[in-house]
Design a protein around this ligand. Structure first.
Ligand code: HC0
Ligand code: SF4
Length: 574
């Protein structure tokens, strides 16, 4: 421990702390801009400058280590002036069309300019040309908004282990872009959108598909069915000022009904269906000497990561489509048939916490006889925008229930899909009962829960040891695959989610400022919301979902049947 003085307040902190951390502990707020806890701690923007007694220049507090007896001042004229001119400099080459920016009122640069009292930009010079890359289905990059903070660069490189975005060129020509300034559509980007959630400004955003949805809602000839992913309910409320981790399932359903969707269903139904298919596939592979470890295939960012970086594992992927795609395929077959609607007149809209789901829905594989499983994908953020555009008073909505017919039941197992370890836990709940031939009271598998990057467990089922692993964030997935490749591990089943924390922290979820991330573990808070819903539900195992049983009886036959394969499975080839 060391003791230092910040603004005349004595504070004792661990000796590996930075001044920024120490100040925080002392209740002193230092502004930051490029700083992103654990991800981007590089002192580049020079907004967090402080005066350190004895040092000649001002110091970037986010990287400057504390020392015994150090005396720090965070609010002198020198400090205020320096911070201000550094932000003015950033603003002088920034596209300041805030009113039409996706991050208007939710922009860390806008906030800091306001807090520092910046009322004019003293230097006006040459500006970076506006170049917009909107060629991919998922991500739009606007160079004129980029402030070169490096947050996206480091999340992509270090957290995801990918490195699509980097600094290119020098001096005034410096840009953050893919190599050779290629389009995001032409590089091995997995569209996880972690770069978007790291971006403090509007330089990175999702492809906006809101108007497509308004169009189909306005068209009386189209039957529009919406599905909501498990993780959306854990975060949508944040867009309306609710605390992180507030569960808003009922209000979300009410809002979707007001927006005019013909039917509102939960992707959780299809998550249960996935467990039936994937669980059966796993048992089949174990019993018949199939390819192991089997690896989950529901996270489209992970699928792309595997295709680009570990093609030798493509046969290890479960052949199951993701729940979002299964839901679409079932709506356009079973549901269409039962309701006597031509599937060509049905539009399936998904609300997802994910930007990669937009690209997934457009993949060649994701159709049945030329009919797309899912037509339009919106992120959680886009849904919030639609609700605001419709002037729906979200906070005042009474809870409503999903539509109940045919695809309305869902279980706790389906809900927890949205958090890392959830798919594994849901699978174990079902596989355990099949192998043991009896029903279990305790359904909670603590070993696969939590925010650790790689989790492992061995469960004994029907006298057989089943070894499983869970990885979230693609850098962690790579670690697990490398161990399997090296023969160090022999798992039966691996769950991979591309985003750290799982879908609850997907690239389409509401923005959380770097400042809030210093205080709150967003992954854990949002996960809690889903575990809470799981506990509240009476049915917590996928195979006990009554409408899933009915779907098999009336339509699919058995799990992994010929029909199930035609609709719900696919194959990924290199
Ligand atoms: Fe997920 Fe999913 S759990 S990927 O994270 O498996 O996006 O929430 O919808 O499809 O169900 C995302 C979330 C889903 C799918 C489900 C899976
Ligand atoms: Fe990197 Fe993911 Fe952003 Fe692509 S979407 S640049 S992989 S962080």
């Amino acid at each position: 421990k060391v003791t230092l003085t910040i603004d005349n307040i004595k504070v004792e902190v661990p000796k590996d702390y930075t001044i920024l951390q120490a100040a925080k502990l002392a209740g002193i707020d230092i502004p930051t801009l490029c700083y992103l806890k654990d991800i981007n701690e590089i002192g580049a923007c020079r907004v967090c400058l402080v005066e350190v007694e004895g040092a000649r220049a001002l110091q970037a507090s986010c990287v400057h280590p504390v020392a015994e007896g150090m005396v720090v001042k965070t609010n002198t004229k020198k400090v205020r002036d320096a911070r201000k001119s550094n932000v003015e400099l950033i603003l002088s080459n920034h596209n300041r069309e805030c009113l039409t920016c996706v991050r208007n009122k939710n922009c860390e640069l806008q906030n800091i300019a306001d807090e520092l009292g910046i009322s004019e930009i003293p230097f006006e010079g040459e500006k970076t040309e506006t170049v917009i890359d909107d060629q991919s289905y998922s991500i739009v990059r606007d160079q004129s908004k980029c402030i070169l903070c490096g947050r996206c660069v480091n999340v992509c490189k270090n957290v995801q282990g990918i490195g699509i975005l980097d600094f290119v060129n020098r001096g005034f020509e410096t840009r953050v872009a893919p190599a050779f300034e290629k389009s995001m559509a032409d590089v091995p980007c997995i569209y996880c959108g972690q770069c978007i959630t790291a971006c403090p400004v509007g330089a990175l955003k999702e492809k906006d598909d809101i108007d497509k949805v308004w169009d189909v809602l306005d068209n009386p000839d189209v039957h529009v069915v919406v599905q909501t992913a498990p993780a959306v309910r854990a975060a949508l409320g944040e867009e309306f000022g609710l605390p992180i981790g507030t569960r808003v399932t009922g209000k979300m359903v009410a809002a979707l009904k007001r927006l005019g969707f013909d039917k509102v269903y939960d992707t959780d139904f299809a998550a249960d269906l996935t467990i039936m298919e994937e669980g059966t596939e796993l048992l089949g592979r174990i019993q018949n000497g199939g390819k192991l470890p089997m690896i989950t295939s529901c996270s489209p960012g992970w699928i792309r990561f595997c295709e680009f970086n570990y093609p030798e594992f493509l046969d290890n992927l479960s052949t199951c489509k993701s729940p979002q795609q299964m839901m679409g395929a079932i709506i356009k077959s079973y549901y269409a048939q039962k309701n006597d609607i031509d599937p060509k007149n049905i539009c399936v809209v998904s609300i997802m916490p994910c930007t990669s789901k937009k690209t997934e829905s457009q993949r060649n594989e994701m159709n049945v006889n030329g009919i797309r499983d899912v037509d339009i994908v919106l992120t959680t953020r886009e849904l919030a925008k639609m609700i605001k555009q419709a002037r729906i008073k979200f906070l005042e909505l009474e809870d409503e229930k999903y539509d109940q017919d045919l695809l309305g039941d869902y279980t706790g197992a389906g809900v927890i899909f949205g958090v890392t370890g959830g798919v594994m836990e849901a699978a174990l709940r079902t596989v355990a009962e099949v192998l043991e031939g009896k029903s279990f009271e305790n359904v909670e598998y603590e070993a696969v829960r939590g925010v650790e990057g790689v989790k492992e467990a061995t469960v004994v089922l029907g006298g057989k040891e089943i070894k499983v692993a869970v990885a979230h964030g693609t850098a962690n997935a790579a670690k697990v695959l490398d161990m399997v490749k090296a023969g160090e591990k022999d798992y039966h089943f691996i769950e991979v989610m591309a985003c750290p924390g799982g879908c609850v922290c997907g690239g389409g979820q509401p923005h959380v400022s770097a400042k809030t991330k210093m205080d709150i573990d967003v992954k854990a808070e949002r996960a809690k919301a889903l575990y809470e819903e799981d506990e509240l539900l009476t049915i917590r195992k996928s195979h006990e979902n009554p409408q899933i049983k009915k779907l098999y009886e009336d339509f699919l036959g058995k799990p992994n049947s010929h029909k199930a394969h035609e609709l719900l499975h696919t194959h990924y080839a290199a």
